[in-house]
Design a binder for this molecule. Structure first.
Ligand code: PMP
Length: 402
């Protein structure tokens, strides 16, 4: 007799990431991909990581290779507490939980804070990976009205009425994925005041905050409302995503539950990885390393800004990002970025259609372009191809109906 597997209700809600699916099609030889949000591999500090691996294995092999504390490696937790203090967040190392990337942090947040039918508020659009992480816990998403500076403060005023019991608002104040937008200091204050007024705590996700180009972003949302905020950080964009290291800084009241969720998930983040990364960064390595990433990404941003200006047809809209990794483009009326992807890939370029980043009512005219994976020359070439694809499609869109 064949076995019949009965899947959990939450399994039915799990979806393949559209980005991963698109990457399978687009990361083909010969296609210039601006789709994946992959940091430039040329920024990975290979030599520093090699010597740190060696140092850890020479000095602390037994501890590094043994099971370890679920909270994380104590010196790394201390380092994180000092790091977030620079963003205005006053937290002790006891509030730091080291995670397998901030993506795991999002999953733990979902596990601890979401319930079937309980509302969770998100930006419009928002990070697709967070929608993916929260969805199996069956929240009802509320899309908060947003503009070029992020979420609008007045969107919170309706929450107690429209979505009573909202568990948290998931916010990305710095160089948001997918739009690249950043919240001004005034917007941050207004948003935190409005969230407080509505009694809605904030989950702040900040993997891109260090990747600023001309000036650092304003202080973290969590610095403005410490007891009502939970902060997520990552080493993926400043060091390497391959070590899968991120962290949660949680209010003391939530910490024990997040820790229990972490224990159940994987006992702890690999101790070897934590020690190696700590060995690399403990004496200020990032103070020289991150500025070199910023300079490289700024040059790439400039190349993409110039190419977009030159090659995109009239009617396309975008803002030049002040940091991070992404341009967010809105195509003219009548375009559908998903429908165009196939011809774009045929022509030799790839992007991510924006629709996947919306919890509700996707805008089919949007698309995301990463400017950090390709070199400036290839960015220029890729955007020129995109321009041609759009101009060809424009003929179709503009064709008078018989
Ligand atoms: N949050 C955002 C907004 C992201 O863009 C990403 C990575 N693309 C993550 C979290 C997860 O990053 P990681 O798990 O590598 O820290």
């Amino acid at each position: 007799m064949s076995t019949v597997w009965h899947q959990a209700r939450r399994a039915a809600r799990m979806n393949p990431s559209i980005i991963r699916e698109i990457l399978k099609v687009t990361e083909k030889p010969g296609v210039l991909s601006m789709a994946g949000g992959l940091p430039s591999a040329d920024t990975f500090p290979v030599e520093a990581l090699k010597s740190a691996c060696d140092a850890v294995l020479s000095k602390n092999a037994k501890e590094a290779l043994q099971y370890a504390a679920s909270e994380g490696f104590a010196p790394l937790r201390e380092w994180v507490a000092a790091k977030v203090a620079e963003l205005g967040i006053r937290a002790s190392a006891d509030q730091v939980l080291i995670t397998n990337g901030s993506q795991q942090g999002l999953d733990l947040v979902g596990k601890v804070l979401c319930d079937a039918g309980a509302p969770v508020a998100v930006e419009t659009p928002t990070y697709l990976g967070a929608l993916q992480a929260f969805t199996p816990y069956e929240p009802i998403f509320t899309s908060l009205a947003s503009d070029g500076e992020g979420v609008r403060p007045e969107a919170f005023a309706r929450l107690p009425h429209d979505a009573p019991g909202t568990r948290f608002a998931y916010l990305l104040p710095n160089y948001q994925n997918p739009t690249g937008r950043v919240m001004s200091a005034a917007r941050r204050e207004a948003v935190v005041a409005a969230a407080r007024q509505a009694g809605v705590p904030i989950v702040e996700d900040n993997p891109y905050g260090d990747l600023w180009f001309d000036e650092p972003p304003p202080p973290a949302l969590s610095s403005l409302w410490p007891e009502g905020s939970l902060y997520l950080g990552s080493f993926s964009k400043v060091l390497t995503p391959g070590f899968r290291l991120g962290y949660i800084v949680a209010p003391s009241e939530l910490y024990p539950k997040l820790l229990q969720a972490k224990q159940a998930a994987d006992l702890h983040t690999p101790g070897f990885n934590q020690r190696v990364v700590h060995e690399v960064i403990k004496n200020g390595f990032l103070d020289q390393h991150v500025p070199s990433i910023r300079a490289r990404y700024k040059a790439n941003r400039d190349a993409m800004a110039a190419a977009l200006q030159q090659h995109l047809p009239a009617g396309c809209e975008w803002q030049s990002p002040q940091g991070g990794m992404f341009f967010w483009i809105r195509l003219p009326e009548g375009f559908d970025a998903m429908a165009l992807l196939e011809s774009a890939v045929q022509a030799g370029i790839a992007y991510v259609p924006g629709a996947a980043f919306y919890a509700h009512q996707p805008d089919p005219r949007t698309l995301r372009l990463s400017f950090v994976t390709l070199t400036p020359d290839l960015i220029t070439e890729g955007v020129a191809i995109l321009g041609r694809v759009l101009k060809d499609a424009l003929v179709g869109v503009a064709e008078p109906t018989p």
